[in-house]
Each structure stands twice: as structure tokens, then as C-alpha cells.
Design a protein around this ligand. Sequence first.
Ligand SMILES: NC(=O)c1ccc[n+]([C@@H]2O[C@H](COP(=O)([O-])OP(=O)(O)OC[C@H]3O[C@@H](n4cnc5c(N)ncnc54)[C@H](OP(=O)(O)O)[C@@H]3O)[C@@H](O)[C@H]2O)c1
Length: 820
Amino acid sequence: MEAFTRSLAQLHVAGVPVDWASWYPDPKPRAAPLPTYPYQRERYWISGPGTAGTDVRAAGQDPLGHPLLAAAVPLPDGGLVATGQLPAAGGWLGDHTVGGQVLVPGAALAEWAIRAGDEVGAPTVEELTLQEPLSLHADGGTRVRISVGPADPTGRRDVSIHSQPDGASGWTRHADGVLAAQTEAPPPDDRVTWPPAGAEPVDLSTFYAEATGAGYGYGPAFQGLRAAWRLGADLLAEVCLPEEAGDPAGFGVHPALLDAALHPALLIRDTGDGRVWLPFAWNGVRLWATGAATVRARLSPHTDRKALRVELSDTAGAPVLTVDSLMMRPAAPSRLPAHPHLYTVDYEPIAPAGPVAVEVARVAPGSGPAPAAQALRLVRDWLAAHPDGDGRLVLLTRGAVPVDGAGADPAAAGAWGVLRSAQSEHPGRLVLVDIGDDGDERAVAGAVATGEPQLAIRRGQPYRIRLHPATGAREQEPPRLDPDGTVLVTGGTGALGALAAEHLAREWGVKHLLLASRQGPAAPGANRLRERLAAAGAEATLAAVDIGDEDAVVRLVAGIDPAHPLTGVVHAAGAVDDAMLDAQDERRLATVWRAKAGGAAALHAATAGLDLGMFLLFSSAAATLGSLGQANYAAANAYCEALAAKRRAAGLPGLAIGWGAWATAGGMTAGLGDADRARMRRAGVIPLAPARAWPCSTPPAAIPPLTLSPPRSTRKRWPVSRPKRYRRRCAASRAPPARLGVPRPPPRRRRPTGPPASPRCPRRSATASCSSWSAPMRRRCSGTGTPPASPPTAASWSWASTRSPRSTCATPSERRPGCG
Ligand SMILES: NC(=O)c1ccc[n+]([C@@H]2O[C@H](COP(=O)([O-])OP(=O)(O)OC[C@H]3O[C@@H](n4cnc5c(N)ncnc54)[C@H](OP(=O)(O)O)[C@@H]3O)[C@@H](O)[C@H]2O)c1
């Protein structure tokens, strides 16, 4: 019988389902968690203040032993200044971006205030109001100062937080507040079953992807939210500290953990209005235990729903941190990038390298699609002649990209569209170099030697190409259009064209719309669209026109009622005919070119001499990123972008937006299946909701409005201005350790975090990925507080194998974040 039971157990361990209920008679035995991992990892390096600490003392300061705050200087009046040096925007802090900008999370500022308060016996943050976001820079560190004033007669102290980037002279005040002594007793342990009865699970599978779409960039270190539930108005969550965020030791509460515990607030706060909400005012912040790496969070909206109560407890229900009230507010517009989805393409001068021998092919100047077609032929022929994958071809164009805000030749830009797609399909085989004049050819070999895949050379100076988050005022007025005028929307019966027409009517107050497409009034849904526009206050005329037909476009524009003259153009007509490079040909190019580039050229010509307030071209990120299989589409879009730049250079209105994917039901992305969309999401392509997309169509005047709403993958493939470390995610297979809070001796009133979580974890990771987390738990479960001095023995293995950890550490939690 024992042998049979053992066999059953082996099957069970191997993952075979066993009906234990029928095997065991009543009373059924209690399920026991899997044994802990027998080996202890122990660090033998001497920790402690180290050299930095020694230096700090030598400089008359006290080491703080805090990962971000190095030292404190007690002041004669009883106050104190805590100081720290934040690194350049990298590391785990670099994983917290808002609108593409690395911002130190408000949770870090709250944590610093607590830590500074600890030093003066005032560890309760009565209030902390954030004034300015603290942004980190790619090219240098930032000094921070937490200044705590002397105690007033009630024991309260002012606190303020300032920063100064390296090399700067002034200081920026980021937060002000008041610290007070700890007078309250810790709240009682919350020993309810977890999650509580009636809690409704929240699907988090797309949470971080959608947060990115909304402008919150949570990198791996900040993706600690593991599970969430709704319970009435409350949100409950399980949060762990991802490995990427480093060790919680030294922090009161690790900012990445506290920040992630606040992420469920987005489920309340997402107003869909494109605004980014950030913690603003903290009240009554009390830290009860330190060093937690896994917490349960409860966010309870106050009755006015303007603020939240926040309670963090460890996995046994013991309190870790409470916040009486946390108020969020939209980030100050002027302090954030123009729009989280807007990027500009910039040209950065670089030093040439030692010249290399290069094989060069020239794309001849031409008009219309001719350079694009020639580029296609050149690349296809060269690739066919070099099928072994060897060699590298430099493609030379002239005037294809607008360096220094100068206009570009749209036809040459079309060639770049083709070539960028070709680069994506054949990585490492092609280099694009755009020159200004013949003299620049001498600099080609040195420029190519830099290893940059796309370069421009002007007056002998090589430039590399980078994406930068657009900066400037965040909210921008739409262009002023004559209210009696007409706006022509090409592709106006298509998915985005119809949305554009509605947006123009509802938001911009346009009263006369001319919607042009080949099907015109016969397009599906045309009547309903006309009705919707009428309800929005606009009279719509639908015209059946091939926008690539120059004469037809001239007639269309000439036929506009002079009482409502043409005042703006939105060119949203477009077509796709995707194929990989070896299946691309001039016929496919011509089809796609006609609607998009041909249409743009025809509109440009037909409206010459008219007083337009807007000339908006719907382009695609494909033009800049060079999508696979879209050489023709990228070419046509690149033409549009260069045409917009050329118009601006000539003092005419011109804006081309290189959209990423839109989150709409129909349109060009309608053919994508669930698998395609899932693949896009995995690659980081986050469709943009219309509410978030429209603000992009009015970029700040200060930026060159060649913009992208780039898919997130852009940042992986393209160098951006603030390089970010793309570390592996906290994937289920590499789950973060579920370390628990440990007592920290110095702060006087802290008590240890409660007993650790159950070392159970889902079977598939029981032996491998979870081994790293169970070791510290066993150590703490054993109650010794220190790891065994000697390596594990057979006895320790047997202890780990046979003894239920439940018997040594009573824990209610059966879930283990990160492994599921
Ligand atoms: N959807 C996205 O996620 C996305 C992303 C990036 C960029 N874009 C750009 O946004 C624009 C609209 O895309 P969409 O998704 O709304 O596509 P869509 O639904 O297919 O609409 C395209 C429109 O263009 C019209 N059209 C095509 N060829 C034309 C021609 N020769 N003359 C006149 N009209 C023509 C079509 O109507 P007829 O067939 O009746 O002519 C249709 O109304 C396109 O320029 C596209 O490149 C879209």
C-alpha cells in the first residue's frame, strides 16, 4: 500500500492529476504546501557603510545606509538635511516613465520623507504635497536634498525635497510637507481570508500594456502588480517587488513596491481623457514594517472619490504601511512632454570614424514614385546577387530627410520609405546615407564607419537619426479655422477619416465638411455618418473622387461653394498592398502610392494659392520605422511627411502624423486577427485609443511637427533620446523572489513584518523558478532570523521535505505572486 501511495505521489509531483478525495477516506488530510528549498544562499561580502560610508563620516556626516540617500547632516537647530545622488536615468529608477520622461515616482519622495523623519524621531508624514515632478536625465546624475526643520512645540517639523541635476546651479523644490512623531498604535493585523469573500478578480493581462498606452511607462522594475480584485468600491491587490528593482534592504518601503501598490488606482482613475494622473498629496503616511518585498494592498476611495486610503500589509495581514489619504491629480501640463505618444525625429551630429571601404549604390533624383521604384529595384537586384547574406550596401540619396528643419525632397523621401522597410527585412545588409550635395560624398565612408544604419550628411558633417519624446506645452489649441469655411477630408468615409470628420465637427466646431473617397455616398455607412455629423452640427457633402487623379482633385476643389471656401485639408485616404520585398513590384507601389502620395501631391497642387489654416496628412509610423512587408506603404507615407516638411519650409501649413496603430474596429488594421493583435502587443505595439490620439494632431508649435505615435517597440529598435535598459520582464518563468519584510533595527518604533507567505507556489515552477524565493522564507520561518551557519545537511533536507512550513509559519496565503 505504501508503495502504491508513493507511486501516486510521484505521479502527482510529475503533474498527473490524482483524485485524492477518493483515495483518502474521511476525515481527509489537510493539503500541505510543498517543502522549501534546502539550500541557503548566503552573502559573504562584508556589508556596511563601506568606503562611501567611511568618506561620509570623514566629511562630518552620518551614513544613512539607505540605497538612495547616502548621508544626513544634523543641523544645530535640531533639523537635518539628508542627501543623496541619483544616477542618470537608468537602473531601476529608469523604469518609471511618464509621457516618455523618466520621473522619480512620488512613492520615492514619500519614502525619503519617512526616512529623514526617522532620523529626527518624526517618522509620520502628516502631509507631503508634490509640487514638481522630479525627472532624471540621461546624461548625468541628480542630487537630492531632504531638508527637515526644527521641531515646533507640538513636535512637528517642516520637510521639503529639492533636487539639482549635475552641473546645474539652481535647485528645484519638488515637495513640501510636515513630519510628526508616531503617536498611533499600529493597526491590528488583518487576518481575513485572502482574497476576502466576495472579491471580484480583475483581469490584469493587458494592464501594463494599457497603462503604457495611457502614458504611464512601467518598466520591469515597476511591474509588480500581480493580482487585483474589486470589493465594493475598494480595490485589493497583490504586489511584489520585481527582481529588477533590486533589494528592499535599506528602504523603509521600496519605492517600486509602493508605486506598484498604487497602480490599481489607474483602474479607478482612467478617465480616458488622455491625462496622466500622478500622486499629488500624501496625508498620514505611517510605516509599520520595513523591507517588505511582497504586500497586499487595499485602496479605498474616500466618499468624495478625490482621494484614497491606502493600506499595505504583509502576506500574513500584519500592517506594513498606511496612508490616510492619497490624492492624485493630472500631471502639470507644462512639466510633461507634449504628449506621451508624440515623438520627433531628430538629427544629431556625430564624429566620423576611421573610413571603411563601402559598396555604394546611388538613388537618382526624380519625381513621384520614380526614386522609390528605383530604390526597390536596386535593393532587390543587389540582394538577389548576394544571396549568401554577406556584404553590405550603402544606398545614397540626396535631400531625402529634413535635417535642421530644412525641407526635404518628397520623392527622394519615398525612396527612404522603401529602404527602411528593406532594412527591417534584411537587418545589417543595408545602410542609408542621405547627402546634401556632391561634396558630402567624401564623408560617406567615415560616416558609415560609425556603424549607424541611417545617416544624413550636410556640409561634410554626419548626423545620426534619433527619436525624441516631443516636449513643450501639453495642451494645444486646434488651428483656427474660418467657421464658415469647408474642411475637405479625403478617405472621409473610411474608419479614421470618419472619426476625423466627427472630431472636426464636435471638437473644432467645423460646420462644413467635404468627404471624398472613391465610393463617396455609396460607401458603407455613408448615410449614418452624414446623420452623425449633422447631429454634431456639421453639414457633410460626400463626393466620389479618386484622390490620386490630379484633374479630378482640381475639379473637386473648384466645386466648393464660395460661400464656404476651403479652409482646411485632412488627407486620410490610403490603401495597403503588403508584400515582402521579393514580392514587391512597381504595380504594387503604384497602387499604394496613388491614394496616399499621389493624393497628397494633387491636394498640394490644387490648393496652391488658397488661404488654408490646416493641411493635415495621415501618415504611418511605417515611414520612419520601416515595417516589414510594407515597403510600398512606407514609401508613400514618407513622401507625405516630406511634403509636409517642404510646405512648412515654404511657410505653408503642413503637418504629417506618423500614426502607430489606432484602436478602432475598422480601417486598415481591421484585417488583423486576434493572433496578429496579440503578436503586436507582445512586440509592444499598443493601439492608440482615439481619445488619446487626437491631442497628437495639435502638437505644440515649438516642435517640428513631424511626429509619431510610436508603438512601444520603437524604443527597442530605435535609439531614443533617453536610452533605457531593456531588461527582461518579470516573467512568470523568472518570477521575482517573494521576500518578506524583515525588521530593521534602527527605527525605534518598527516592528517586524508578520510571518512570511506560504512557500507554496504553482507546480510548474515548484522546483526551478521558485527555488530562489523559498530559501529566505524558510530561514525566517524557522524563527532563527539567521541562516544556518553550515551547508544544508541530509537532516536539513529532510526537515525541508517533510515538515509542513505551515506548522512553523502560520500563513493564510496560498498564492505566490509572480509564479502564476
Ligand atoms: N488604422 C490605423 O491604425 C492607421 C495607422 C496608421 C496610419 N493610418 C492612416 O490613416 C488613414 C486612414 O486609415 P483607415 O484605417 O481609416 O483606412 P480605411 O478605413 O481603409 O480608409 C481608407 C479610406 O481611403 C479611401 N481611399 C482609398 N483609396 C482612395 C483613392 N484613390 N481616392 C480616394 N479615396 C481613397 C477609402 O475609400 P474608397 O475605398 O471608397 O476610396 C477609405 O475611405 C490612412 O492614410 C492610413 O495610412 C491608419
